[in-house]
Design a protein around this ligand. Structure first.
Ligand code: BES
Ligand code: ZN
Ligand code: ZN
Length: 484
């Protein structure tokens, strides 16, 4: 699908479907040369997500789809995102191969943000995974034109790139674990690096990790026949970077639980345990096009967690690269084991101004916050606040959870320095997981996003929803990075 951008002053050229975006209580403004039956205009109220199809009489458009955004003073970007997704899905249903979005609205200062949301919604709404069907229907929609004012189009162009990052993350998430192994995550990151000379990648293999003494990460992959990697992506802006930010994403391509094996019901969902890594790769996919003023490092520790003769056994003690020893009391708390080495590596080798990790880390965060909010915690309130406001701006909402000294004390080991689970009855499973991670970040400003509830299973929003991956984190991270 190709997207072209044109001003409203330009003539409307031939299109299978003209999509007119309009506000509630206002007669939709259609381009000159297009006429529709007067009834169609009259009966359309413009309520949020309302749609009306009509045939066009003559002119360059074959059909017209009106789609509403609700009341003018209440437009919020998420409604534009949803409207755009509904529109492309309807276009696809009618087998249209070209559509034109006509946006003649007085949006004032909000034009760029609404344009961005529309661009995101088009790309996100068109996402499909058909790679695993024997006879997939190929998408009919080949060409999308957006005709709007300059500020709106500028936003829509960014939205196209951001939506592309989201779609990439979702493809990685939804791909089954036998086709998205740690080595496939490496292949995907190399493909991203090939997109731009400003992105480079290296993948540290198990030998390299042994040299770096990453005994915690390696203890997880030892139970699998698939080797682990630590992917390190670097993005450099064209301008001199003001700050260096490191993103770290849990890339567990399948979490069986290991020897502390998970129940079999819904274990298939554990292909999504690489969603944090997918978010980091999705963000990198969009970075070169957006060119924000920051140097960005992306670390994705990627491994399987499987039961095997070499696997971690409950009670084993492993040593992370910062020297701390960890009692592995539950092999299913493996995310924190691979993040421990990745965070310590970021702190010691990259020394960023701030680091943000994303991980499907705990079932507890689903209990606490459900599927619409990610949990955020860390050691820097200003960083947490920035992520909360990026959450509000993007609709990828995050909610603060505490880490208190009690949680940190509870993660102290009896045999080793730390243990990887808290004592029975402590509760607050997301906070104790965060407390564990806090031992590996040194003095670096750090925030941890627990996305176990939001990475899949979210409510329907037209552009995402249900049992599929959401690509959560991509839009949030890009908003944060663009505001640096
Ligand atoms: N990947 C899981 C967390 C998870 C669970 C994500 C359910 C999404 C849905 C993680 O590795 C895990 O198993 N965590 C354990 C930790 C526990 C053993 C302390 C959990 O949350 O049960
Ligand atoms: Zn686990
Ligand atoms: Zn896991």
């Amino acid at each position: 699908m190709k997207i072209a951008f044109k001003p409203l002053s330009g003539r409307l050229t031939k299109t299978d479907l003209l999509i007119v975006i309009s506000a509630e209580g206002k007669t939709p403004k259609i381009p000159s040369g297009v006429s529709v039956p007067p009834n169609a205009l009259k009966s359309f109220g413009g309520e949020s997500r309302e749609t009306r199809f009509t045939d066009a009489v003559g002119g360059p458009a074959s059909r017209v789809l009106f789609i509403g955004l609700g009341k003018g003073n209440e437009f919020d970007p998420d409604i534009a995102r949803r409207a755009a997704a509904i529109a492309v899905q309807k276009a696809e249903k009618t087998d249209a191969s070209s559509v034109t979005f006509w946006v003649d609205l007085a949006l004032g200062k909000r034009a760029t943000a609404i344009g961005q949301a529309l661009g995101e919604g088009i790309v996100m709404g068109a996402y499909r995974l058909t790679d695993f069907q024997s006879t997939p229907k190929s998408p009919s929609l080949k060409k999308v034109t957006i005709q709007a004012q300059a500020d709106f189009n500028r936003g829509a162009k960014s939205g196209e790139m951001i939506g592309g990052g989201n779609a990439l993350a979702r493809r990685l998430q939804d791909t089954p674990a036998n086709k998205m192994r740690p080595r496939d995550m490496v292949t995907e990151s190399r493909k991203i690096a090939r997109l731009s000379p400003r992105i480079s990648v290296k993948a540290i293999d198990e030998k390299g990790m042994e040299k770096l003494k990453m005994g915690s990460l390696l203890s997880v992959s030892r139970g699998s026949s698939e080797p682990a990697y630590l992917i390190h992506l670097i993005y450099k802006p064209t301008q001199k970077a003001k700050r260096r930010i490191c993103l770290v994403g849990k890339g567990l391509t399948f979490d069986s639980g290991g020897i502390s094996i998970k129940p079999s019901a819904r274990m298939d969902e554990m292909k999504y345990d690489m969603s944090g890594g997918a978010a980091v790769l999705g963000a990198f996919h969009a970075l070169a096009g957006l060119n924000p003023d920051v140097e960005v490092h992306g670390l994705v520790p990627t491994s399987e967690n499987m039961p095997d003769g070499m696997a971690n056994k409950p009670g084993d003690v492993v040593t992370a690269c910062n020297g701390l020893t960890i009692e592995v009391l539950n092999t299913d708390a493996e995310g924190r084991l691979i993040l421990a080495d990745a965070l310590a590596y970021a702190d010691e080798a990259i020394k960023p101004d701030a680091m943000i990790d994303l991980a499907t880390l705990t079932g507890a965060v689903v209990v606490a916050l459900g599927h619409e909010l990610s949990g955020v915690m860390g050691n820097d309130q200003a960083l947490i606040n920035s992520l909360v406001s990026s959450g509000e701006a993007t609709g990828e909402a995050v909610w603060p959870l505490p880490i208190i000294d009690f949680h940190k004390k509870d993660m102290k080991g009896a045999v080793g320095d730390l243990r990887n689970i808290s004592s029975p009855g402590t509760g607050a499973g997301s906070s104790t997981a965060g407390a564990f991670l806090s031992n590996f970040v040194g003095e670096t400003s750090w925030a941890h996003l627990d996305i176990a509830g939001t990475a899949w299973g979210a409510s329907d929003r037209d552009y995402q929803g249900g049992p599929k991956g959401t690509g959560v984190g991509v839009r949030l991270l890009l908003d944060y990075l663009r505001k640096q």
